[in-house]
Design a protein. Structure first.
Length: 293
């Protein structure tokens, strides 16, 4: 399994953010000139859908394409051109997770890059303990159940990827991580009894880290703001990059960044934080579950 230091990890994760930043700047330039995606695609010998993917930051950038688009959009200032072309070069840096391409779906690669570049990660989880907080044994149980029939080597690779992701929480530029776990996620057994007991102890330990806030939404509260299911909110230090809501599905994922959509999830997250017991009381809940297990 590959190892990366804090600086390298930050650079490779940041490449995803730089793709999104560059794409959004190219979109603003195109819109300001009143140029259609079709016309922009024609100028770089590509389709309208290729321009759309570039503007969403979902593909890598060729320097020649960026140069041609900047010319089309009337960007002649050399400083501005050099700045955007430099962003394109940085956006093409491969992330550490590319070495796991054999077990990593393309739609999840974007998320790992964003997760690694975020300054604040907020999550609500109802099905199981969030991947950044899983023990190795618990992760193995989750992955094994989710990929029934997969070879042991593939399961081990998927678990290794998950453990590699967890390094973001202890890196030099570790984000603030605020997790709300539904009680259902803590009571649903994955693995043997001792696996669950070790997972609960791990959550108690992790919840005491200075950059981690952990709350448990108990059954006793009844209906709550997380009624639509699990979701993740990512915030970034770059002022040009808006918050992103990540919604994982069975075979794909949604990335929401429209202001009005993000605002709805922000309200739900704030309610979850307000309605769930605080960190210390949540640790007491975890200790209670540990005694019952």
């Amino acid at each position: 399994m590959g190892r990366v230091g804090p600086v390298a990890a930050g650079e490779s994760s940041g490449s995803v953010v730089r793709r999104i930043l560059l794409g959004s700047q190219l979109r603003r330039l195109r819109d300001s000139r009143g140029i259609t995606r079709e016309a922009a695609g024609y100028s770089i010998r590509a389709s309208e859908s290729k321009i759309s993917r570039m503007e969403l930051g979902r593909v890598s950038f060729k320097a020649r394409d960026v140069e041609d688009l900047l010319t089309l959009y009337g960007v002649t200032d050399e400083v501005e051109r050099d700045s955007l072309l430099g962003l394109a070069r940085e956006a093409n840096v491969a992330g550490w997770w590319h070495s796991y391409g054999d077990v990593l779906p393309g739609w999840f690669q974007t998320y790992i890059g964003l997760e690694g570049a975020a300054s604040l990660i907020r999550i609500y989880e109802v099905q199981f303990v969030h991947g950044l907080l899983q023990t190795e044994a618990y992760a193995h149980a989750v992955v094994s159940r989710g990929t029934r029939g997969a070879p042991a080597a593939e399961i081990d690779r998927r678990v290794a990827l998950r453990l590699e992701r967890q390094k973001v929480l202890v890196s030099e530029r570790a984000p603030r991580f605020h997790a709300v776990l539904d009680e259902a996620a803590l009571r649903r057994p994955y693995g043997e009894r001792e696996v669950m007991r070790a997972q609960l102890r791990h959550l108690i330990e992790m919840s005491e880290q200075p950059n981690i806030t952990l709350q448990v939404m108990p059954f006793s509260f009844g209906g709550h703001a997380g009624e639509s299911g699990s979701f993740t909110m990512l915030s970034f230090p770059e002022s040009d990059l808006s918050d992103i809501v990540y919604l994982e599905q069975l075979t794909s994922a949604l990335y929401l960044d429209k202001r009005e959509e993000v605002a709805q999830y922000e309200k739900a997250m704030v309610r979850l934080h307000h309605d769930s017991p605080g960190p210390e009381e949540s640790r007491d809940l975890l200790r209670g579950l540990l005694q019952l297990s």
